[in-house]
Write a protein that binds this ligand. Structure first.
Ligand code: DAH
Length: 348
């Protein structure tokens, strides 16, 4: 019994002095292993008189439980100390809760672009792209802009040199697509365009357009009207009415501008007081027309065999009308509190 007490004191004090998890593991093997002091004590039971055996056996088991508890405690203590040390040395605390992951959302301009593409995909239009830095020929010349056309002036166009510029519209993609494909052609060209404009509530020097082009043997102005009415209805609702006004673009003949019935007053003009349509009941949303034969010739198409229509629309303008955004600059300031209003957030 005396021996056991001494043994207990010495083992417990060694457990208290353990410094590393390895120390604790070593002590556990030493104390509780078959060849350890407890095993020896149990083996010694056989030499005792039978009446003393149960008492001593009990003591040995109690000591075993004490040692186990002491080693568990030592383990927790050294683990905590080791972790504190690791953290102090710059290790990461993997037990901390993670930061909330905020998933990205499509930008409102992207949403509009997508809904235009979605509306037209069912009619067989596919997406085509072209360069933002463009040669004068694709941006102007092949689109039948005469050399002295005012739109080429430095006021409207960012020139990089005499012949290279930032594209002023996505119509360059018409030319590039027709040059590399034979008719029929049915494309949408979304993308960024640039103009030398002062920034205000409705202008930014960089904005977005979607261009459309359909050229085939029998595409007529009636197709233009039908397709664009359908596009307007899918962007602004099935009740939307459209009207076409004569207009001018160098690359179309005849040319038209399409208005939609006002999204705010429903086309009534609000007794002349609707602020959005200025009481007219109509909003201009795009330019269009039958592709000018000179453009078809420029890309090597035979204007006696094929014809078609084209249109171009501003993405910012559609977004502003659709959501009642009064200042275009909001769309570019990248304040997420503004931007996240336009698509349903999907939380993870
Ligand atoms: N390119 C014109 C612009 O930027 C928009 C446009 C009008 C495109 C008529 C067309 C079209 O394809 O037929 O103002």
């Amino acid at each position: 019994m005396e021996d056991l007490k001494r043994l207990e004191r010495s083992l417990l004090s060694r457990a208290r002095r353990a410094k590393t998890t390895q120390d604790v593991a070593d002590l556990r093997a030493e104390f509780l292993g078959k060849k350890g002091p407890l095993g020896q004590a149990l083996r010694g039971l056989g030499e005792l008189p039978p009446e003393e055996r149960p008492k001593l056996g009990e003591r040995v088991n109690a000591l075993k439980a004490k040692l186990e508890a002491a080693l568990d405690e030592a383990k927790t203590r050294v683990e905590q100390a080791e972790r504190t040390l690791q953290l102090a040395q710059g290790a990461q605390d993997v037990t901390l809760p993670s930061r909330r992951v905020v998933p990205g959302l499509p930008h409102p301009l992207r949403l509009v672009e997508r809904s235009i593409i979605d509306a037209m995909a069912g009619l067989g239009f596919t997406v085509a792209e072209g360069p933002l830095v463009e040669h004068d020929w694709y941006n102007f010349e092949a689109l039948n802009f005469p050399p002295d056309h005012p739109a080429r002036d430095a006021q409207d166009t960012f020139f990089i040199d005499d012949k290279v510029l930032l594209r002023t519209h996505t119509s360059n993609v018409q030319i590039r697509t027709m040059l590399k494909t034979k008719p029929p052609v049915r494309i949408l060209a979304p993308g960024m365009v640039f103009r030398h404009d002062e920034i205000d509530a409705t202008h930014t020097p960089c904005f977005h357009q979607v261009e459309g082009l359909w050229v085939d043997e029998k595409v007529t102005f009636a197709d233009l009207k039908g397709v664009l009415h359908r596009l307007a209805a899918s962007l602004f609702g099935p009740e939307t009415r459209v009207r076409f006004r004569p207009s001018f673009f160098p690359f179309t003949e005849p040319s038209a501008e399409m208005d939609v019935s006002c999204v705010i007053c429903g086309g009534t003009g609000g007794e002349g007081k609707c602020r959005v349509c200025k009481g007219t009941g109509w909003l201009e949303i795009l330019g269009a027309g039958m592709v000018d034969p000179a453009v078809l010739e420029a890309v090597g198409y035979d204007p006696d065999r094929v014809q078609g229509f084209a249109f171009g629309m501003g993405v910012e303008r559609i977004a502003m009308l659709r959501w009642g955004i009064e200042d275009i600059r909001l769309v570019y300031e990248n304040d997420v509190r503004f931007l996240e209003q336009f698509s349903a957030r999907v939380r993870t």
